[in-house]
Structure formats: C-alpha cells, structure tokens
Design a binder for this molecule. Sequence first.
Ligand code: NAG
Ligand code: NAG
Ligand code: NAG
Ligand code: NAG
Length: 478
Amino acid sequence: MIPSFNKIKPSSYKSLALIGLVFYSIYTTFFTNHPCCRLSEFMLDQSHIRVHPPDPPTPTTNLTHLVFGIAGSSRTWVKRRPYVDLWWRPNATRGHVWLERTPDEWPASSPPYRVNSDLRRFKKYDRHGHPATLRQVYMIKEAFDAVGVAGGAAAEEPRWLVMVDDDTMVFVENLVEVLNKYDHRGYFYLGGVSECVSQTATHSFELAFGGAGFVMSWPLARGFSRIADECLKRYPDLYGGDHVTMSCVSELGVSVTHHPGFHQFDLRGDISGYLSAHPKAPLLTFHHVDVLDPIFPSKMDRLSSLRHLMSAAAADSSRLLQQFFCYHHNTTATWSFSLSFGYSVHLYEKLIPPSALRLPIQTFKPWRGWTKPFFMFNVREHSVVDDPCEAPHVFFFESVVREGGGGGVVSTYVRRGPRGVAACGNHSAEGVSRVRVFTPENRLEHVGKRRECCKVSIGSDMIAEITLKTCGMYESLI
Ligand SMILES: *[C@@H]1O[C@H](CO)[C@@H](O)[C@H](O)[C@H]1NC(C)=O
Ligand SMILES: *[C@@H]1O[C@H](CO)[C@@H](O)[C@H](O)[C@H]1NC(C)=O
Ligand SMILES: *[C@@H]1O[C@H](CO)[C@@H](O)[C@H](O)[C@H]1NC(C)=O
Ligand SMILES: *[C@@H]1O[C@H](CO)[C@@H](O)[C@H](O)[C@H]1NC(C)=O
C-alpha cells in the first residue's frame, strides 16, 4: 500500500531532504564538474551547448590606439630628447614623458610630460638594487590612469600601452602592424629579453626587458593599475622595475610573449655585425642609443647615424634591417651577398649558405659577464674577418629614393674601405665600389612568409645591382 502523504512523519521529510542533498552533491560533483563526464552529459543533451554569436569584426589597429609612456628624467631630457624626436610624431603619437620632478622649461615640440606621484609611502618596501624601481613600476599605472577617454565609449578606448625608456627608439609603423596581429581585447604582455645570457639569466628568462620597451594590452594595463599599490609591496628585494612588473603581471595570470623585434641591446661597442643579421622579424625598438658606438662608421656621430637609419625607415620600415641573400654564380666563381635593408651589404668571395650568413659576425662585446655563451643567439667569431674566404667586403647604406609609380625603392650602399686581406680565389671583389638595391614598393609581410628572393648582376662599372622579388613557389635562395 502506498502511504498517503499525511502519514509521513516530520522526521521522514528531513531524511528525504538529506538524501536529496546527498544525491544533488554527487550529481554536481561528478556529473557536471568532473572532466571525464562533461562530454557524456553534453552527448545526452545537446541543448547544453550554447552557440556564441561570432564577435563583431574590430577595425584595424592604427597609431591612435597606442598610448606611449616614456620613462624620462628632467636631468637627462636635454641629452635624450633628440633621440625621442627621431620617432615621436607630434599630434599623432599619444602619451607622455614621465619625469621625477617638474622641469624648469619644456620644449613645445617634445611630447607632453607628466610628473610621477610621490612614492614615499612605499619607502619601507624599497630595498631594490635599482634606485628608480618604484617609479618605473608605478609609472605603468600612472600612464594608464593619465588617459582620458573622450566620451568614455568602450570603442574609443586605447588598445595598447607601450612603455619605453628615453633612450629607446620606436619604429611606430612596424609596432602598429605587429600589434594588429594580436587581439587587444585579450591579455598580452609583449616584449624582449636581453641579448646577453648573463643579464637574462640573472634577472629572468620570462621578463620583458624595460629598455627594449614592452607593450600591455589595455585589459592587462587596467588589471595592472588595479593591483599596483599592493603588488609593489610584495617584491621589495627584486633588483629592478622590469622584474617587479613581470611579477605583478604574473599575479594576474599572464606570461610574457617574446617578439624578436624588441631590442634591449645589452651589447657594447660596434653592433654592425648584429644589425647586418637581424632576426627575420620587423624591427620594433632600439635601446641604448647613446651607449653603443655610432652604427654607421665614417664621421657620423650617434645621432646622425640614427637619423640616417630613420631615412631608410621613412622609405620602407617594413624591410628595415631585414636580411636577404643573393648568389652570383658563373663558371669560375660564386659570390655571396647578404643585404640588411637600409643598413649594409656584405659580399663574400665564395658560396656561404643562408644558414651561416644569418649568424651575426661578433663585432660587439657582451654587456657584462665573462663566461660563454655570451649571447642569446649564435654568432660567427670575429676572426672570420682575417680569412680571405670568410671575410666580407662591407658596404654601408648611403641613400634611398622612392621612385613611385611602381618604380619601387632604390637604395645604395657604398664600400666601407679595402677589405685588407688577399682574394679568396682568382676573382677578387675588391673592385666592387657600391651596391644598388631595387625593392618592391609594397610593405613586406612577415608572418608565415619566406624571405624575398633576389637576383644580382655586376655591371661593367663594377656596381653590383640587387633586385628583390617574391620567390617562385619552389625557388631556392641559392
Ligand atoms: C584609427 O581607427 C579608428 C577606429 O578604430 C578610426 O576612427 C580612426 O579614424 C583611425 N585613424 C586613422 C589615422 O586611420
Ligand atoms: C599640433 O596641434 C596643435 C594644436 O592643434 C597645433 O598648434 C600644432 O601646429 C600641431 N603640430 C604639428 C606638428 O602638427
Ligand atoms: C686560378 O687560376 C689558375 C690559373 O689560371 C688556376 O690554375 C687555378 O686553378 C685557379 N684557382 C681557382 C681557385 O679557381
Ligand atoms: C665570373 O665572375 C667574376 C666576378 O664577377 C668575374 O671576375 C669573372 O670574369 C667571371 N667569369 C666569367 C667566365 O664570366
């Protein structure tokens, strides 16, 4: 007989409720949360699958979506300003130079400045090796907060916060193009490591080194600015701002994304070997501009050298420092050319394959440390310059013209001087005085693309002419 409801005693209601609760917990624990069972649940009932409408396409990222924070100092601005002027575009680039105190005067053409807030309240958390650590980290929050969004509409928000030092140059078109490949609505912390193994190992392989510049997507920058006050207190013993920043970013569950176009340039002396064999990626930044030797020899100082490089950037920043390989074969000799667009041409009197040419000749020294390996990349020893078959004839960028009307870009490179060693074979290249390079007008695409192929001819005037074009489907560079 089925008991009627009024026969169930109050204690039975309790038991029923308890049993129900137990079954419910078992169900929620094992059937809805356990990964092994999620699939079967979905298979039983397809109505659980929610179809998200596709995200609306967002407009392409352009310069107005970037906000720059330049870590400066009122003491050094006079000296650093000319370098920032090389890349800053008045009324186009947004952002501020951040200073530790109000300057006596401020040039109208310089980026607007802001003064960092008083950080004395964090004094007891400041045991950092680098004296500017607190300021460097807090500046990220300040740079984020300083952006007033007109109208406040989400669509008009900036997308990326770019933090650099006042001795860092930025190649803004390339940076915009690279950032356009990432979803600014996500969490990104983009940057580069030091070139120097000991620097990277001492600080962290997971860092974005500050001098090289780093970029935070806007959601990350917002999160960072929310936790900055608390986070600053948690790492009082780390050496510098880059490391504390990375630690705070980690607290938000975000890791660095390295891009080979950011250059800390923790190198010393003559970096021409590196600039002649840049990684196959767009050039984004260039740090330590007033520490390294002038990048072009022959009477040019640091500033005019960089201005000269910027003239190549103005003609075609997408190919700037991109390396291309050309081979000149005939029945008696092969010559190999390595072009670094807008910077140099190296000519060798024998066949040297791309896999070797792409290694920088070590013309430079590490920032510090005396144990090998010095660098985060492979090099060719500097001694190659004494070997007739391994030593390049070196030509440096002289001038560039955009022909327009489909005529492409013509750049010329002039011989640095006599090579100083005997010929490798019977055909010395000593007579080649300059190299003329023809490149297409379009900007070079990088992601998923091969290097461009090239043809070379030697005129009777001993001027080498190099023409770049897209490779045929199975065309080899050699
Ligand atoms: C940049 O993109 C925004 C849309 O997101 C657009 O309103 C603006 O005109 C663009 N600026 C330039 C210089 O193309
Ligand atoms: C920038 O904008 C201001 C005000 O609109 C104007 O006076 C100035 O000439 C502009 N500068 C440049 C370099 O376009
Ligand atoms: C150089 O030329 C000489 C004579 O013309 C020839 O015997 C020799 O094999 C050549 N050397 C090379 C490396 O081609
Ligand atoms: C091969 O090229 C070298 C270098 O341009 C030149 O000196 C030599 O005369 C050329 N030989 C032939 C057979 O074309």
